[in-house]
Write a protein that binds this ligand. Structure first.
Ligand SMILES: Cc1cc2nc3c(=O)[nH]c(=O)nc-3n(C[C@H](O)[C@H](O)[C@H](O)COP(=O)(O)OP(=O)(O)OC[C@H]3O[C@@H](n4cnc5c(N)ncnc54)[C@H](O)[C@@H]3O)c2cc1C
Ligand SMILES: *[C@@H]1O[C@H](CO)[C@@H](O)[C@H](O)[C@H]1NC(C)=O
Ligand SMILES: *[C@@H]1O[C@H](CO)[C@@H](O)[C@H](O)[C@H]1NC(C)=O
Ligand SMILES: *[C@@H]1O[C@H](CO)[C@@H](O)[C@H](O)[C@H]1NC(C)=O
Ligand SMILES: *[C@@H]1O[C@H](CO)[C@@H](O)[C@H](O)[C@H]1NC(C)=O
Ligand SMILES: *[C@@H]1O[C@H](CO)[C@@H](O)[C@H](O)[C@H]1NC(C)=O
Ligand SMILES: *[C@@H]1O[C@H](CO)[C@@H](O)[C@H](O)[C@H]1NC(C)=O
Ligand SMILES: *[C@@H]1O[C@H](CO)[C@@H](O)[C@H](O)[C@H]1NC(C)=O
Ligand SMILES: *[C@@H]1O[C@H](CO)[C@@H](O)[C@H](O)[C@H]1NC(C)=O
Ligand SMILES: *[C@@H]1O[C@H](CO)[C@@H](O)[C@H](O)[C@H]1NC(C)=O
Ligand SMILES: *[C@@H]1O[C@H](CO)[C@@H](O)[C@H](O)[C@H]1NC(C)=O
Length: 594
């Protein structure tokens, strides 16, 4: 850990800050209270010149001083690359509203209009903890909305917002360090499940691509995202965090042994099972961007394992009804398969815009795996399910199953589990967690739900399922300081349904698709699994019942922590705990709801 002199000076004075005034609205650029250029300039000096005046990513495509043909082509070609978006202070993987689209000049496209939209106006490109403290103190004392962002991968609009100052953590990089023998700072008496073993200290805004090599070099496994470009300490972890190893070793939030956080008052605290337990609980699954800015974490590092992979592919030979029957059969089999050690990811559609395998645009595929077993163990566990599928093979279905194995986790990860999906700009999505009873007690209901989420033949709807829970995720229910949605402790998998629209569709078409997702497809899943919930990081941003669905029984406790630790509402994001107390106007200005 590197503590600069500046940081010491800033933290020493952090308690002196006056209590929040209960102002009704945050300042926006059209308000008198918006800081002057000089004010922004003095913030810039405090942050060593790291203040950026933001611009639309595709500004080079539009008339004006920034216009640049080559740069415009570069932006257009790189637009769908999530890592490229992450490199820009306001780049996003799932923008709510693209107000400055890239222009393909080669295709003869003409630039339309370009504006910043509801994006932060300034960004602190933080490279030290002191920069983050300075940004929090400036925004709080000036009554400015704060947005926190690391990668911009958020799907719910939680790392964007107008009339705001962005705290951009991507370049906070104090090192990723392997710890062979982790020593808990806690005494026996603080009632924590202690961790003895290896750990990794992630000191800054690193992605999994930065952390995995450290685990691999030391022969350990860490639970991180399948996608290496998601952040390790940001929204992924704070909202839950699943990955290829989560069934075996637990969800991302439950890996965190301790964390350092800048709170709304500008103070840095350490949160662990024996200090600041309320914040420790809240940041471990209680939602991102809500309680403070997470600066660093220490996470569990697990022994390496060998991995056995099962690849299953199913396609219909006549109509889709046998395919949907097979999907319902498989969904009801997941709890048993998971109890036998299976985990993994898959996708299916009846009308995919691109083939799912071979030339099939209607199909189901999954890559499941077991750890530390034999292929035979896996085949035995799968036998009863295969028996149900085989009678249709060659008549109404094509069914293919194959197995292979890897000697260690990282060769498996790189070969099978690693995925870097493109930016999503033309779809709406929602999801639901499924328990055993929700897929086994009412098979007719399940089959009918599958039919509903499949969508119509003339839509482009697809489903992605994530068998990432069970196992250690269920065992970790005994963790006293896990803020995760309790629905995880009884749900084996999440199903995400996404429906696209044609590029350039008018607003009424888009909103019809969004309504179909919220009130038809997600509602059908909720009806089938009324007692579970939703994985908040991969959820419908328009969920009318997000408090209950995203946070479950933990909502009230989290709200109490939010009010205690951030009484002025310095940190805000849509669908985050306490956000119902604010409303956003056309300028992005937040005002309190009475
Ligand atoms: C391509 C892609 C792949 C994905 N793969 C997975 C996956 O394998 N498993 C999985 O569980 N989820 C996955 N997700 C969902 C992912 O968990 C969420 O998008 C998550 O919000 C990303 O967090 P981030 O910090 O990288 O993104 P950001 O957009 O930077 O931030 C997301 C949220 O976290 C807050 N935040 C960021 N940094 C901090 C910080 N330091 N302190 C406090 N708050 C912070 C932001 O304010 C915002 O609310 C994926 C998403 C995408 C786009
Ligand atoms: C902040 O200062 C740096 C260095 O002087 C300068 O390059 C940058 O443009 C300034 N930012 C703003 C928003 O003025
Ligand atoms: C731009 O248009 C050209 C010509 O139609 C096409 O070949 C190219 O792939 C397009 N670029 C992008 C990024 O879509
Ligand atoms: C998208 O942004 C534009 C420009 O700011 C605005 O006119 C439009 O209403 C926005 N659309 C939505 C759906 O928010
Ligand atoms: C942010 O800061 C880092 C580290 O100094 C620098 O490499 C990067 O170019 C900066 N990004 C922007 C957009 O200014
Ligand atoms: C793998 O299984 C063996 C026994 O079958 C056990 O001793 C070992 O601890 C397991 N390894 C891991 C990493 O789970
Ligand atoms: C896929 O191609 C095979 C021949 O290679 C053909 O028999 C089959 O009908 C095709 N299937 C679809 C769904 O187009
Ligand atoms: C679908 O195909 C099955 C046989 O594979 C047949 O029994 C059924 O009648 C067909 N349904 C429709 C709607 O065509
Ligand atoms: C399904 O049938 C095909 C062709 O008849 C065969 O090649 C394949 O192995 C069968 N699938 C399974 C899982 O047995
Ligand atoms: C599902 O069925 C099991 C076994 O019959 C029963 O114990 C359980 O309560 C049922 N669950 C629901 C939600 O109906
Ligand atoms: C799909 O077909 C249905 C019924 O034929 C029609 O009502 C609907 O508008 C169509 N949807 C699209 C996106 O074309």
């Amino acid at each position: 850990m590197r503590h600069s002199f500046l940081l010491a000076a800033l933290t020493a004075s952090c308690y002196a800050v006056a209590a929040e005034s209960e102002r009704q609205c945050r300042c926006a650029p059209s308000d008198q209270c918006w800081p002057s250029r000089q004010d922004w300039g003095s913030l810039n000096s405090t942050v060593n010149g790291q203040l950026i005046s933001t611009e639309p990513l595709a500004i080079a495509c539009y008339a004006g001083p920034e216009q640049d043909t080559d740069e415009c082509q570069n932006v257009d070609e790189s637009w769908s690359n999530a890592v490229f978006q992450s490199g820009d202070p306001i780049g996003l993987s799932y923008p709510v509203n693209i107000t400055c689209p890239p222009v393909n000049a080669t295709a003869g496209e003409q630039p339309g209009s370009c504006s910043l939209g509801k994006q932060p106006l300034y960004a602190v490109n933080a490279t030290s903890e002191g920069h983050i403290i300075a940004a929090v103190n400036f925004a709080r004392s000036r009554n400015i909305r704060i947005v926190i962002k690391e990668t911009g991968h958020d799907i719910l609009g939680r790392s964007e917002g107008g009339a705001s100052l962005l705290i951009w953590t991507r370049y906070l990089r104090n090192g990723v360090e392997f710890i062979e023998n982790y020593q808990s700072p806690c005494s026996e008496s603080c009632n924590a499940r202690s961790w003895s073993g290896a750990a990794i200290h992630i000191d800054g805004g690193y992605t999994w691509a930065d952390v995995y090599p450290v685990a691999k070099q030391n022969g350990r496994v860490v639970v991180g995202g399948g996608t290496p470009s998601v952040s390790s300490t940001g929204g992924w972890m704070q909202g839950g965090g699943h990955g290829p190893a989560s069934r075996q070793f637990g969800l991302g939030a439950d890996q965190v042994l301790s964390a350092r956080i800048v709170l709304a008052d500008g103070c840095i605290i350490t949160a662990s099972p024996c200090e600041n337990q309320d914040v420790y609980f809240a940041i471990r699954g209680g939602g991102p961007g809500t309680y403070g800015v997470v600066l660093s974490t220490v996470i569990k590092a697990w022994p390496n394992v060998d991995v056995q992979v099962q690849s299953l592919a199913i396609a219909p030979l006549s109509n889709n009804s046998a395919l949907l029957d097979a999907i319902a059969t498989l969904y009801s089999a997941y709890p048993g398969l998971n109890d036998a050690g299976y985990a993994g990811y898959g996708t299916w559609s009846i009308a995919s815009p691109t083939p799912i395998f071979g030339n099939f645009t209607a199909a189901y595929v999954h890559g499941f795996y077991t750890f530390n077993q034999t292929i035979e163990d896996g085949q035995n566990a799968f036998a009863p399910t295969l028996e149900k599928l085989l009678p249709a093979n060659g008549t109404s279905l094509f069914v293919s199953v194959s197995y292979n194995s890897f000697d260690d986790y990282w060769s498996f990860y790189e070969d099978v589990a690693r995925a870097e999906p493109p930016v999503g700009t033309s779809s709406a999505l929602g999801s639901r967690l499924f328990s055993r009873s929700s897929v086994q007690n009412d098979t007719a209901g399940l089959r009918s739900m599958v039919e509903t989420v499949a969508g119509a033949q003339n839509e482009s709807t697809s489903n992605n399922f994530e068998l990432v829970s069970g196992g250690r995720v269920f065992e970790d229910a005994s963790d006293l300081y896990s803020g995760l949605n309790p629905a995880w402790r009884k749900s084996y998998f999440s199903n995400i349904v996404a429906r696209g629209w044609a590029p350039g569709s008018p607003e009424n078409v888009k909103s019809a698709v969004r309504r179909d997702i919220t009130y038809n497809k997600v509602a059908a899943m909720e009806q089938q699994a009324p007692d579970t919930g939703v994985y908040m990081n991969e959820a419908d941003r328009l969920d009318p019942n997000w408090q209950r669905n995203f946070y479950g029984d933990h909502y009230d406790r989290l709200l109490e922590i939010k009010r205690r630790r951030d009484p002025g509402g310095v940190f805000y994001c849509p669908t985050c705990v306490g956000s119902a107390e604010w409303e956003e106007d056309d300028e992005g200005r937040l005002c309190r709801v009475l």
